[in-house]
Ligand binder design. Sequence first.
Ligand code: CP
Ligand code: NVA
Length: 302
Amino acid sequence: MRHFLNIADWSAPEMEALLKQAVYLKLEWQNGGNRPVLSGKLLAMIFQKPSLRTRVSFQVAMKHLGGDAIYLSSDEIGLGKRESIPDVARVLSGYVQGIVARVFSHDHLTQLAAAASVPIINGLSDSSHPCQAFADMLTLYEHFGTLRGLTIAYVGDSNNVVFSLGEAAARYGVALRVASPRGYQLSEAAIAHLRGMGLALSLTDDPRAAVEGVDCIYTDTWTSMGQEAEAEVRRRVFPPYQVNADLVRLAAKHVVVMHCLPAHRGEEITDEVADGAHSLIFQQAANRLHAQKAILARLLGS
Ligand code: CP
Ligand code: NVA
């Protein structure tokens, strides 16, 4: 049984095939609609945290591919509280053909995958966000026509989004520079893991040095879901890491700016940059749909 828990679980040729599939399904959709390759298939969507893009793009992707989706808030099913996580996985496996889950602890995904007899897809955990990173690679591929040889500067908190971005970058031959303040940098284990995947990874606490000459500047919220108690402290630490017009000017002229969204405009990114000529953020959000379709077709298709 294949799952989509982390990009590291998928080889470079598999990720290459998935990218081609996403490009194909996007074109097919634009040319009048997708073939119903998931006809009669159902996806359960378990969310312990809020979501706009992930939830809606999975639901719409299932509809476009001829299937359907059921949303389950964690309060309703009491994942690990009302019922054990393995039992939830076993019961849902009797009703649906796949499960996407957004969780706090990544271990909850591993537990679901161990007990389920249907594929589990990581819709974001505290440690990774592989569906986002895959859609981001689709967006860069569309924009530049190639991925190999590109360099991304990620500026901000070293969170779940940059971890998966690093895994995806490793698979597609993209280099990554990460600029985070001290205390908010990737862990030694994450650095070793990403370099072990072959990622050309450099680390700094200087955002200006990081963006020099890069093809893409990427940022994300300073305070991720679940860290709300730290928001005030983070708001004092992170302002030098804001992606604003001054920072963008230091990158290559052709630089694109990405953000997984939701954006906290005026904090990690300014309106001027988010809505400016370099920004790909809404194309990036739209591509979640097409990327999700490729993952669903690969995992749930016959
Ligand atoms: N980028 C992303 O995953 O957005 P949501 O939290 O709205 O799903
Ligand atoms: N790092 C953010 C991403 C949201 C899509 C979070 O985990 O809240």
